[in-house]
Design a protein around this ligand. Sequence first.
Ligand code: F6R
Length: 360
Amino acid sequence: QKGGHKHFMIKEIFEQPKVISDCLAGRIDTNKCEVVLPEIAEMEPPERLHIIACGTSYHAGLWGKNLIEQWAKIPVDVEIASEFRYRDPILSKGSLALAISQSGETADTLAGIKLAKQKGLQILGLCNVVGSSVARESDYIMYTQAGPEISVASTKAMCSQLTALLLLALYWGRRKGTIDDETYNRAVKDLRNIPSILDAELPAMRSRAKELCREYSEASSFFYLGRGLCFPLALEGALKLKEISYIHAEGYAAGEMKHGPIALIDPNFPTFALALKDDLFPKVKSNLVEVQARGGEIIALTNPGVELDVEHRWILPEVWGPLNAFMALPALQLFAYETADYLGKDVDQPRNLAKSVTVE
Ligand code: F6R
């Protein structure tokens, strides 16, 4: 059942290359190099998008917002479903609600869908479980096609959600004519190569995670820092660590550190940084210098050729632009997994958690 793996979580982390391929299947016309989304072909690109989700799915939504705004020029609000459902949100005609849920049974997300419907919005569901409540309540449904996710901590589902959100951003961007051809073609072409790159890379990533986790397994707290597209990944890295290893972790926008949290830094409070080679790298680097000045130790996910003087550089292969998320996400998951396993925690069934949260 676990395919020779010790836990479902590690099995599911290693399934991610296939998950990306499966999510792309039938959604890229390989002859024309075009994204085709038959599920939403009848729908006009929305004027505004309200993403509603919880937990890991919410983090995927935050990531997707960046690309949908950048490429499709659609303003996007991303809301935690349990907050959205008890507000009186202003939802204008022409807006679309996008409900993201692996299980399709999360009570708060379902309540958010109901509220959006009452206010006259159409619903697009992004779901993994076929025929789930979210799928049934949605006007349009896109399946993430990740296969059953057994481990309580969500891993491959997020990977598939990122893939689907990227496709949505490309698709709407193309339909609206807001994305330039060069970006579009590059994204479609390189996306198709990600599964084989990731597949080749995962074993080395796992070894690196094993090595590093031993050094930091005694830590009682961790910061996870990132900017831009890496900020939602920092949130997700922190969530994974806390839910399965029970080590306190906070995900922060790197630039927000100096507004308070940096007071916590000391030699026993390590930082896990996302310092990839992107436009924001110089900014992240200067935030990390501030951490070091307070005696904080740093593990940094980074790319070849990046100059960064920290305790531990974790070099990931460099891929194109936003596709770097498909390398960084498994690294974060593996670090959490190896830490929890090293500490002897019940990785697949963490305390106090259920796979799908069907009550408020
Ligand atoms: C974290 C995790 C949860 C879920 C959240 C939403 O690893 O699994 O945070 O992401 O409960 O669940 P879905 O996506 O099923 O609505």
